[in-house]
Ligand binder design. Structure first.
Ligand SMILES: [Zn+2]
Length: 426
């Protein structure tokens, strides 16, 4: 008996010694590429990035960074390294009116989860290493995020809101949802938190994809919004709001929300209020712009849907331009699958290009797609830039995106936490 215990302890000691030794062997060095520092806004030619166990331990000019003996070299000569892209408005289970609705009618929980896992894999492959999911069905997003964290499935890191907290008849509310008044909204918020939500998403106005009510109508009342914010804050969570109008946004910002999604119709006054209160704006500008019309045709969007898209297009663009002028903090979100083909690239990359077209510098557009998202998520210690101590979430491009944001179109390499998921140049 004693011998058995001793043997077991010995085995455990050997395992304990072996594990760090194995893990310690995981040292990589990316060499030959330029590096974009999104915090300082500078480009470093011929840089070296050293990665140990998935985290960056050194990054800088080749002359200043020593490569540890035995490091696995990843040669990306002539390419440019940028932080893994982030997309803050993704529904991996997205179903829009038209062919998608018909195709996925009666989708089971298992089918939904598998479809989302496939979308997660494609998203990562397209260069997106972290997403926020502001509302998906049946908590499949939470299960999927945990599976990805455990390394069971490939995909971006997921920060999830669970299901959207909604009112009866609100935008995106299913027919079974009946939460009205502050009491019921408190309960609905707690339900999402118990399920594992890391943010809370509410719909305070109408939207494009719901044929009932105007897009700008402020459907959720002030006391309802305050109730949600109160419960979320008691759990240390932030609240972001689907909002279609300045009127709805003003009430919600005054009630203490932390983020505004879409903002199809916003004015300068409310944008200034957002900036004063440090409220984030996630524009999802692709959903209303011509680059996406091909997509709507492909998925058979019905005429009423397209009418609503056309209705918001110009004002949505103006809201984005004004938000940039007013210095509102913007984090990139597409409200399309991150990898969805859009105007010859992906929805994520097209979204970043639109920001530059609407007035951002190339650096600001790249920041909106990386470090700004990390800041919004309070995760800037771990992600958002190629910096010592952070996870090695890195993409590589054929050109320097600080000179032209469209360099993102040449993305051909994706690493997440030190693991290479794509290398087109091998
Ligand atoms: Zn959405």
């Amino acid at each position: 008996m004693m011998n058995t215990v001793v043997r077991m302890v010995k085995v455990m000691v050997v395992l304990a010694l072996a594990l760090p030794a194995l893990a310690g062997a995981q040292v990589q060095a990316i060499v030959g590429a330029g590096l974009v520092d999104v915090i300082e806004g500078r480009a470093i030619e011929n840089a070296v990035v050293v990665i140990e166990n998935g985290r960056i331990t050194a990054a800088g000019p080749a002359a200043e960074v020593s490569i540890p003996d035995g490091a696995e070299r990843i040669d990306l000569e002539g390419r440019w390294l940028a932080p893994g892209l982030m997309n803050m408005h993704v529904h991996l289970g997205l179903i829009l009116p038209g062919l998608m609705t018909a195709q996925h009618a009666g989708e089971s929980d298992a089918e939904l989860t598998l479809r989302m896992a496939d979308n997660a894999k494609k998203s990562l492959h397209s260069g997106v290493t972290t997403i926020r999911q502001p509302g998906d069905s049946r908590h499949a997003d939470i299960a999927l995020g945990r599976a990805i964290d455990r390394g069971v499935l490939p995909g971006p890191r997921i920060v999830s809101s669970g299901e959207m907290v909604n009112i009866t008849g609100g935008h995106g509310a299913g027919t079974e949802m009946h939460h009205d008044g502050p009491y019921e909204l408190r309960k609905a918020t707690r339900y999402q938190i118990r399920a594992g939500a890391q943010w809370i998403k509410i719909a305070i106005s109408g939207g494009i994809a719901t044929p009932v009510g105007g897009i700008g109508q402020p459907m959720m009342t002030r006391d309802e919004i305050e109730a949600v914010v109160d419960i979320a804050q008691r759990h240390g969570l932030k609240v972001t709001a689907h909002s279609g109008s300045a009127e709805a946004t003003r009430v919600a910002v005054e009630a203490g929300i932390h983020g505004v999604e879409h903002g199809y119709f916003l004015d300068r006054d409310v944008l200034r209020l957002m900036r004063e209160r440090d409220v984030w704006y996630v524009p999802t500008i692709v959903v209303s712009q011509p680059g996406t019309f091909d997509f709507f045709e492909r998925i058979g969007s019905p005429p009423w849907y397209m009418e609503r898209v056309y209705e918001v297009g110009q004002d949505h663009w103006r809201a984005l331009e004004m938000a940039i002028e007013e210095g509102v903090n913007i984090a990139l979100g597409s409200d399309q699958f991150p990898y969805e083909p859009n105007d010859g690239t992906t929805a994520t990359i097209r979204e970043a290009e639109y920001y530059a077209e609407a007035g951002m510098s190339n650096l600001q557009a790249l920041q909106a797609a990386t470090i700004q998202c990390a800041r919004m998520l309070d995760m800037e210690d771990d992600i958002g830039s190629i910096s010592v101590g952070k996870y090695a979430d890195i993409v590589a491009l054929e050109a320097n995106p600080l000179e032209d944001i469209s360099a993102l179109r040449t993305l051909g390499f994706v690493m997440k936490e030190g693991r290479v998921y794509r290398n087109d140049w091998e």
